[in-house]
Design a protein around this ligand. Structure first.
Ligand code: PA5
Length: 445
């Protein structure tokens, strides 16, 4: 089971102060459980793990098999919550260098619809020209410009290169039950489709087909992922006392740190495989808490890589930060530092040691240095990197985010602020229906 260690925050805030959050945390948990808090229309994720049925997972696995039988590459078209969760799990569990295309057991997963870069899309389409590829079109609203634009290009190419009949087999939509362009296209074309429940917001949707289908296609065990999330659902239930509930303690600790002026939380990892876990986490917390002119700014670094870029700032910059380290206890492979007779690099003192031992000492040394530099430090320990522990981590962050948002007294389940750029972009592009905005924006240029 994953665990949380807050010991290295205690020189900055006291255990008593953290414990004093017990009642406010309980209230937040009750509001979530009873649906009495802000944004209560979006609590479908709360008991999603324990209510996921075997039949649902079997159906997703069967669709994944159709992709495996017909594709070497599958493109996930989606942005924000519609791709970050699957990418986080897939990149955490994949062999980083298994890039071959032939004789793959599982298709390579690529991503589109998360930017509007013409070069990115051009190069992707070029790459896919001679590939057996399929598409998962993921959009809760079904109207997101980035995703719709990429899907239009990908669909056209898939139909032209693979023929309409195959395209129909290897294009799947994950979207709203009845609304939006993605739903209409799926119904008109007869694509297999999955519904994103109305009451599950994008950034909380990784344990719906949004995350599960791409993860299953990539060859990972979605039953274990859900089993892990279910364990964490139980470990963080309302009946669990505050001091035994890691999500309650995490939410309380970060809110108390925020109150003392630590306005930026940096999520730290020591494996590049976890980069997208941080990207997913940034969206989850950023969109949930950054509103009404408040909220901890969620940032992330990949160590030791970024110790050589951001390390200076973290050690000695403005003291408004705290760190939450995701630490993986046991890595999946073994590699020892070889002895070298010339020892020109002076590394023989490490000969025979595991590379991970060096990494762990970097982690410990960094923690001590940063705490000495007045950066409070929390650690989330994963016994190893597998589906079960990632499932636990996902639910841990989700439930802690719900609690934390309610402690902060914001609606953690909406994102009104993301509409501002869209409206300006549509006005500038003269989208039908935006005539007034188009006129108004010209005066600002
Ligand atoms: O969390 C959210 O709701 C958003 O970040 C969405 O995931 C993102 O904007 C994509 O929206 P959609 O799935 O409707 O295309």
């Amino acid at each position: 089971m994953i665990s949380l260690n807050i010991k290295k925050t205690l020189g900055f805030i006291s255990q008593d102060t953290i414990n004093s959050y017990k009642d406010v945390v309980k209230k937040a948990q009750e509001a979530l459980e009873n649906g009495t808090g802000q944004g209560s229309d979006y609590l479908g994720w709360l008991h999603l793990p324990s209510s996921t049925t075997k039949e649902h997972l079997e159906d997703i696995k069967a669709t994944a098999q159709t992709f495996k039988d017909n594709c070497d590459v599958v493109v996930v078209a989606g942005i924000g919550g519609s791709y970050l969760g699957s990418r986080a799990v897939i990149e955490a569990l994949s062999n980083s260098f298994d890039l071959r295309l032939e004789n793959r057991k599982n298709p390579i997963i690529l991503y589109a619809g998360n930017n509007i870069s013409e070069d990115y899309l051009f190069e992707l389409l070029e790459f896919l020209k001679d590939k057996r590829f399929g598409i998962i079109n993921i959009s809760k609203s079904g109207t997101t410009t980035e995703t719709a634009l990429a899907f239009r290009l990908l669909k056209k190419q898939c139909e032209e290169l693979r023929g309409k009949a195959i395209a129909k087999k290897v294009i799947v939509a994950i979207t709203d039950a009845s609304k939006g362009a993605a739903r209409i296209t799926a119904d008109n074309e007869g694509y297999k489709s999955y519904i994103i429940p109305d009451n599950v917001g994008g950034r909380f949707s990784v344990l719906t087909p949004v995350g599960l289908l791409p993860i299953a296609i990539a060859g990972f065990d979605i039953e274990q992922l859900i089993a892990g999330a279910t364990q964490m659902e139980q470990a963080t239930a309302l009946t669990v006392p505050f001091e035994n509930n890691p999500a309650a303690i995490y939410a309380a600790t970060r809110n108390e740190l925020y109150k003392t002026g630590k306005k930026i939380e940096i999520l730290v990892n020591y494996s590049p495989k976890l980069h997208y876990v941080s990207e997913w986490w940034k969206q989850l917390y950023g969109e949930s808490e950054g509103k009404e002119n408040k909220g901890i700014f969620p940032a992330a670094v990949d160590f030791t890589t970024d110790l050589h870029s951001m390390g200076q700032w973290i050690q000695e910059g403005e003291r408004t930060i705290f760190e939450t380290v995701i630490s993986v206890e046991k890595v999946n492979h073994e590699l020892r530092v070889p002895e070298d007779k010339d020892n020109l690099d002076g590394l023989n003192y490490l000969a025979g040691k595991r590379v991970d031992e060096v990494n762990k000492m970097a982690e410990l040394g960094t923690q001590l240095a940063h705490v000495d530099g007045n950066v409070p430090n929390m650690r989330i320990v994963l016994p190893s990197l597998n589906e079960r522990h990632l499932g636990q981590l996902i639910y841990f962050f989700e439930i802690a985010c719900g609690i934390s948002g309610y402690i902060l007294d914001v609606n953690p389940f909406n994102q009104p602020g993301v509409e501002a750029y869209k409206s300006n972009m549509f006005a500038l592009l003269n989208k039908p229906g935006y005539e007034e905005e188009s006129k108004a924006i010209q005066s600002k240029l």
